[in-house]
Design a binder for this molecule. Sequence first.
Ligand code: HQG
Length: 178
Amino acid sequence: MDKQITAISKYFSYVLRHQPDAIGLRLDEQGWAVIDELIAKTKEYPLTAEIVRLVVETNDKQRFGLSADGMRIRANQGHSIEVDLALPVLTPPAVLYHGTAERFLPSILATGLHKQQRHHVHLTESVIVAKAVGGRYGKPVVLQVNSAAMDAAGIPFYCSANKVWLVEQVATEYLHLD
Ligand code: HQG
C-alpha cells in the first residue's frame, strides 16, 4: 500500500507540476485541478476521493494542497508549467540554506543560484533538508544564503504551504559556503 501511495504521489507531481496535458487535465491559473476530473482522467491507478486525500495527507513533504472546499488539489511548489500560486511576499528568516551538488559549485559561485526548470530557486530553513536536497544530484554541499541582506535590498521572498522558501535568484554576494 505504501509503495502504491508513493507511486501515486510521483504521478501527482508529474501531472500537477509538469504535464497536465499528458492526461488532458485542466489546471486553473493558480494551479488547481478539480479532484473529480483528476480521478476520471487517471487510467493507471484506481483512484478514489479517499485515496487522493490519503496521498495529500501522508505525503512526506506535504507536496500537495486541497482547496478550502475540498474539491480541488494542487502542487504546493515545484512547477515547471506556468502557474501563479499567488503567494504573498513574506519576510524570510535572516539565514536560509540551499543544498546542491559539489560539481555545481564552480558555476554557482561564479553566477549565483538560478531557478533552472522550476519557477523559483528553492531555499530551506533546515541544513538537514538542504543536505538531502543536494544529495539528489551528487555529493551534497550546503550554501548559506544571506536572506536578511536580500530582504533589505527589496528582493521578494515567498513561502509555499509546505514551508519551502522561494526566490527568483540568489546573486553571488549573498552566498557563503556553510
Ligand atoms: C542547481 C525537490 C549550476 C541547483 C527538493 C540545483 C527541493 C545551478 C539544480 C525542490 C545553478 C536545480 C527543488 C548554477 C542552481 N549553476 N547549477 N548557476 N543555480 N543550480 O531540482 O533546489 O521532491 O530544480 O543547486 O526537495 O535541487 O520535487 O532544484 O541542484 O525542495 O518536492 O540546479 O525539489 O522537491 O535543481 O530542488 P532543482 P532543487 P520535490
